[in-house]
Design a protein around this ligand. Structure first.
Ligand SMILES: Cc1ncc(COP(=O)(O)O)c(C=O)c1O
Length: 396
């Protein structure tokens, strides 16, 4: 018999949709895929070369379980350069992806009776990862009309004596929303007053649009930094999703607990990938603006086209590579003999009848919405948008 924890756990829906999309493509179907949560660019040459060199030099043995000092130093430099934040080596951990850093952190901090605040729409993995620890995710509903902000009033309403932490993800997956500076400051103050940890998932930090400049909540005030754990990684910034290198920065005793968990579970992240990550963080950064420029063109096109569909609204992302249009106006309509009664049935019709793969909003906590990743070619985006428009036109 399986453990109750394992029985209750569903696989990641976004990974499941990407897998379905790939399987249909392998059967020869022409699928317009908007499922992927990963840049469609190749990892830059100098990063790949660092890994090749590492293999050739037989750099293929265990490293320290919490990551190599050279990579920790590169991460420290990154935080200094980009965020004006100073960390010591013992305040940094290198994990097997940003997801793994979050997992270690949740294991280190949470247990039964703890409540963890999760603003919705949220990244699909936060609630199940919190539940695995025995703690309870408490969802804070945020509103499209208010730019998906967590306001001080909203936050205070959800805090009680069991509240242990709040998770902030900015730019966010699935919306691409960010917090206004005044709200970040207010959230930090409330966290200090209520002795909450702030989990700041900044994995999309470098993928931002227009005039938005990312500011980490930890950089506002030392009192905020002392209770903030930044979770980050190289996956999205350097098109390195498969290499599995993430990192976290925060108070030494928490990082140490995470390192203990890591040393008893995965041990070190792949040695060769760590060498590649050093090259990524210390090497030329010109790949990033090139990728972001391309994402911006796609985003602008996609948002403009989605807004031409009657009844559809769509937040214009400030960062990341997703749009999260609101299709509530079509809920209750029919496609042939099928009633579209949820974002899930809408995505099923889009995939099965219009060969367009998107993720249902309900997986991110918002019914009636769908998530489209624009980490795919302009050609696929154009084809997919036309199919979605055609699908809407055929609803009765
Ligand atoms: C919000 C958010 N955090 C963390 C991650 C983890 O990324 P990785 O484990 O590839 O570093 C993702 C990936 O989709 C994400 O969207």
């Amino acid at each position: 018999m399986l453990s109750k924890r394992a029985e209750a756990l569903k696989p990641s829906p976004t990974l499941a949709i990407s897998a379905k999309e790939k399987a249909l493509k392998a059967k020869g179907l022409d699928i317009a895929g908007f499922g992927a949560g990963e840049p469609d660019f190749d990892t830059p040459e100098h990063i790949k070369q660092a890994a090749i060199d590492a293999i050739n030099k037989n750099f293929t043995r265990y490293t320290p379980a919490s990551g190599m000092d050279e990579l920790k130093d590169a991460v420290i430099e990154k935080f200094k350069r980009d965020n004006n934040l100073t960390y010591k080596r013992e305040e940094i951990i290198i994990s097997c992806g940003g997801k793994h850093a979050l997992f270690n952190l949740f294991e280190a901090l949470f247990q039964e009776n703890d409540e963890v605040l999760v603003p919705s729409p949220y990244w699909v993995s936060y609630p199940p990862m919190i539940e695995l620890t025995g703690a309870k995710p408490v969802i804070i509903e945020t509103d499209e009309k208010e730019d998906y902000q967590v306001t001080p009033q909203l936050l205070k309403r959800h805090i009680n004596k069991n509240t242990k932490a709040i998770i902030l993800n900015y730019p966010s997956n699935p919306v691409g929303s960010v917090y206004y500076k005044e709200n970040l400051e207010a959230i930090g103050k409330i966290a200090v007053e209520n002795n909450l940890y702030i989990i700041s998932d900044e994995i999309y930090e470098k993928i931002t649009y227009d005039e938005y400049v990312h500011t980490s909540i930890a950089s506002f005030d030392n009192a905020f930094k002392e209770r903030t754990i930044i979770c980050h990684g190289v996956s999205k910034t350097y098109a390195m999703t498969g290499w599995r290198i993430g990192f976290a920065a925060g108070p030494g005793h928490i990082i140490k607990a995470m390192a203990n968990i890591q040393s008893q579970s995965t041990s070190n992240p792949t040695s060769v990938s760590q060498m590649a990550a050093i090259a990524a963080l210390n090497g030329p950064q010109d790949f990033i603006p090139m990728m972001v420029r391309e994402f911006k063109n796609r985003k602008d096109y996609l948002v403009k086209e989605l807004l031409t569909i009657e009844g559809v609204t769509c937040y214009n992302p400030r960062g990341a590579f997703y749009v999260f249009p609101n299709f509530n106006s079509i809920i209750g309509k029919r496609y042939k003999d099928r009633v579209i009664d949820s974002s899930t049935s809408w995505t099923e019709v889009l995939l099965e009848d219009f060969h367009t793969a998107v993720v249902p909003g309900i997986e991110f906590g918002k019914e009636g919405y769908i998530r489209l990743s624009f980490a795919t070619s302009m050609e696929v985006i154009k084809k997919g948008v036309e199919r979605i428009k055609q699908a809407v036109n055929e609803l009765k």
